[in-house]
Structure formats: C-alpha cells, structure tokens
Design a protein. Structure first.
Length: 191
C-alpha cells in the first residue's frame, strides 16, 4: 500500500521533510530537500504512537496512585522499543541445549507415594546432557537401595486476601460484562 493511499491522495502530492533541530535554518533546509514517504516509516510511527497512548494511559494512573497526582508516563516508546529489541536479541542469541531429567516414582514401606528427582551425584549437581548419560544413570539407580536419611518439614501458611470493600469491588474489572447505568438507580444491574 502506498503512503498516499493511507493519507488519501496522489503520491506526488506528499513529501517527507526531516529536521533534527527546530531552528529557522534547519526547517528551511529540510523543505529545500524533501524526500519520499516510506510506508514502513509511517507504520513505525503509528506503532510508536499506539504504544505511547496505550502504555502511557495505563501507567499514568499508577503514577498518580503511587507517587503523585498529575504525573504522566509521557513518551514510553523508547523504553518499549528497547525492551522489544533486547528480547529479540535474546531470541536470536538462544542456542538450544539438550538435557535430560530423571524422575522416579517410588513409595515408602507403608505404600505412600514418594516422587523423587535426581539432582546431584556425589554431592555435585547432576544434569545429563544426552541419552547415553541418562540411561547409564538410570541403570545404576535401578540397582540401588534407598533410605531416607533426613526429613525436613516446613510449616506453610497462607493469608487471606484483603477484604473486598464496595469501592474495590466496583473498580474490579470483570471481562465481558457491560453494566447499564440506568438500572443502578432501582438496585438492579443488567449484563
């Protein structure tokens, strides 16, 4: 799709001027040497604008709550683009490595299930990297006798979430639900 199709009109009617400073001379020189519109650059600008709006609109209210009223996330595109670039570099630099895990489904003398995973051999981390190492380890493990030398029970606790006040309940997003305002007056709400 040609840039003029996006804007609406003839390709020859539109040009692109580029300047790096807002001075009379820089702007004049830019208009003396206009370039062609590049749809890829137009699309990139639209994506940056979208990120500014969506991410900025989401982050600004958080800043108001956590830091100070009136703060704005402002332009977020450079941070977002940097995150995308870093992730893309990680993806390109990724080298897949083969590794194997050894899990054993054992049981106690009373018949209680006791799943185990092999993580160490002779007090050193053990992680087989191919089928041969794994099969050799499994054949040794199948012939061995096992006993529990030490057991550590750790108490666990969980705290209930904060109580749900009417204000927090009303702010809670409910995907797919649309509330009609006119029904709130008589105590009914429709979805």
């Amino acid at each position: 799709m040609a840039p003029a199709e996006v804007i609406g009109g003839d390709d020859a009617r539109y040009s692109r001027v580029v300047f790096n400073e807002i001075t009379k001379n820089a702007i004049r020189q830019a208009f003396e040497q206009p370039g062609e519109l590049n749809i890829n650059r137009v699309n990139a600008q639209q994506a940056r604008r979208f990120m500014d709006r969506v991410v900025g609109y989401m982050v600004s209210p958080l800043l108001w709550k956590k830091i100070a009223r009136g703060l704005s996330a402002g332009r977020v595109q450079s941070v977002a683009v940097r995150l995308v670039v870093e992730r893309e570099r990680e993806i390109k630099a990724f080298v897949p490595e083969e590794f194997w895990e050894i899990d054993a489904n054992t049981s106690t003398p009373s018949g209680e299930a006791l799943p185990l995973q092999v993580t160490h051999q002779n007090d050193k981390p053990f992680r087989p990297v191919n089928r041969e190492q794994t099969l050799a380890a499994v054949s040794l493990l199948e012939k061995a006798r096992y006993s529990v030398l030490e057991r550590e029970d750790k108490p666990t606790s969980s705290k209930p979430g904060a109580r749900l006040s009417p204000q927090r309940y009303n702010r809670r997003p409910v995907p797919g639900w649309l509330w009609r305002e006119e029904n709130h007056d008589d105590g009914a709400a429709s979805v």
